[in-house]
Ligand binder design. Structure first.
Ligand code: C2O
Ligand code: CU
Length: 465
């Protein structure tokens, strides 16, 4: 499914909107922020066009920006006003396991009408997000996600120079409303996941922000789509990468291997110092023609040369590669792939079982969570996960509760050495090694963040004691 320019023709054109969020700063540490997951209406296609039936946090997709300082406590009371159970995951946060929000693993699903109190400390500054973690393929596709920003102790960019862009690709049906009939399609599950045909940034198509020439801005890109990998070239608008998945790079990087890929759930923070008169757009280059999804108008003349701020690092535990234990994960299945022998819920799948259960992917021959963990780590042990993608598709692999370094990968050039990430992309027939210190006790998922793939079997877990 492609995103096409066609939809813009005859549309409302560029709307001058600011991309800034009203944010829920946690001024009072002793009180809970209320989030309610429930149905709401939102015009996705054009502001005055038909509205879609979404599921949202507090009435809008994305939900409100939650913003705290590094080391501060986050307290959120989530009330479920949906007709089905839900839970809330804090993506990329090195969190207390009981607060990780994985229904069925770290907590019971929150039933309709009930609520759950999330209460944790945000240890690292950076760009994160929150999203539903029960039937995510359905709940996230309908709008249950929002940004979580953790400010540095002394934020290098003030709020006027710090913009959050939550990008989503929705699948709209003919009249421009969310296509719910195709949710759960086995076609999507067995191919590249649910791809949309309409892009929004912070819930609006092609918002335009005004920036001042000569001033440094931080653009926090968050890919909230179920399965789309965006291709973005920061060189087209003179931007540098300053962080991936919340973690600052040692210094701003001008990419040599552009465009960069921004997979589902990944974040990239860019720094741009726009020049006078040089309006620009951010484009997705993954289709046949560039598709602009966010616009920037530059006003004024620079008063002085700015001193671009730099981001301080978080204190992540450095993996010890010499004494590490390596765990292999072989990915199989999907269309045009071999799946081999697969065990699901303790039983081998045969014939039409694959279609009937939707379990069309496997890790090491097991679809979805096994009874026993993939491995149990001693607390403090360095784990290397060697992931071998023996499928015909790319995947976006996410580790819960830990950031890792990408230490080795076949088949793709990257600019960034061995960056810290919480989600990495792996192409067909590639092998990637990630390393991290398993220092966070509890039960943690390792899964594909193409949400249809996760539901279709690409889901395992490990334990840290
Ligand atoms: Cu962003 Cu298991 O999730
Ligand atoms: Cu996948």
């Amino acid at each position: 499914m492609h995103i096409t320019r066609r939809h813009f023709v005859g549309g409302a054109g560029l709307a001058a909107l600011t991309v800034q969020f009203p944010s829920l700063a946690l001024a009072r540490q002793d009180s809970f922020i209320d989030l309610a997951a429930g149905p709401s209406q939102q015009a996705l296609f054009q502001p005055d066009g038909p509205t879609s039936d979404l599921w949202t946090y507090n009435g809008s997709a994305p939900g409100p920006e939650i913003r705290v300082k590094r080391g501060e406590r986050v307290r959120v009371r989530l009330t479920n006003r949906l007709d089905e159970p839900t839970s809330l995951h804090w993506h990329g946060i090195r969190i207390d396991n009981a607060m990780d929000g994985v229904a069925g693993l770290t907590q019971d699903p929150i039933k309709p009408g009930e609520s759950f109190d999330y209460d944790f400390v945000a240890p690292d500054a950076g760009t994160y997000w929150y999203h539903a973690h029960n039937k995510s393929w359905n709940q996230v596709a309908r709008g249950l996600y929002g940004p979580l920003i953790v400010d540095e102790n002394t934020p290098p960019f003030d709020r006027e120079h710090d913009l959050t862009l939550v990008i989503d690709d929705w699948r709209l049906a003919g009249e421009g409303t969310l296509d719910v009939a195709s949710l759960g399609s086995l076609m999507d599950w067995s191919h590249g996941g649910r791809l949309g045909n309409w892009l929004t940034v912070n819930g609006r198509a092609m918002p335009v922000s005004t920036l001042n020439a000569g001033e440094a801005y931080r653009l926090r890109l968050i890919n909230a789509s179920n399965a789309r990998i965006f291709e973005i070239d920061p060189n087209r608008f003179g931007a540098k990468v300053i962080a991936y998945d919340g973690q600052a790079l040692p210094e701003p990087v001008q990419l040599r291997y552009a465009p960069m890929l921004l997979g589902p759930a990944q974040r990239a923070d860019l720094m741009v110092v726009p020049e006078a008169g040089s309006d620009f757009v951010i484009e997705d280059l993954s289709g046949d023609t560039p598709f602009a999804f966010a616009g920037f108008e530059i006003t004024g003349a620079p008063m002085s040369q700015p001193n671009p701020p730099s981001l301080p690092p978080n204190n992540l535990p450095e993996p010890d590669l010499v004494d590490a234990r390596t765990v292999r994960v072989e990915m199989t299945g999907g269309a045009m792939g071999n799946i081999g022998r697969v065990v699901y819920q303790g039983e081998p799948l045969e014939g039409s079982d694959f279609r009937d259960t939707g379990q069309v992917w496997a890790f090491n021959g097991i679809a979805n969570l096994a009874e026993a963990p993939l491995y149990s780590a001693r607390r403090g042990e360095t784990i290397i996960i060697e992931t071998i993608n023996d499928t015909a598709f790319a995947h976006a692999m996410h580790v819960h509760g830990h950031h890792f370094r990408v230490v080795e990968r076949s088949g793709s050039e990257v600019d960034d050495g061995q960056p810290w990430r919480d989600t990495f992309l792996i192409g067909p027939q590639q092998t990637t090694k990630i390393a991290f210190v398993a220092d966070n006790p509890g039960k943690w998922l390792y899964h594909c963040h193409m949400l249809e793939h996760a539901a279709g079997g690409m889901n395992t877990w490990f334990e840290v004691s």
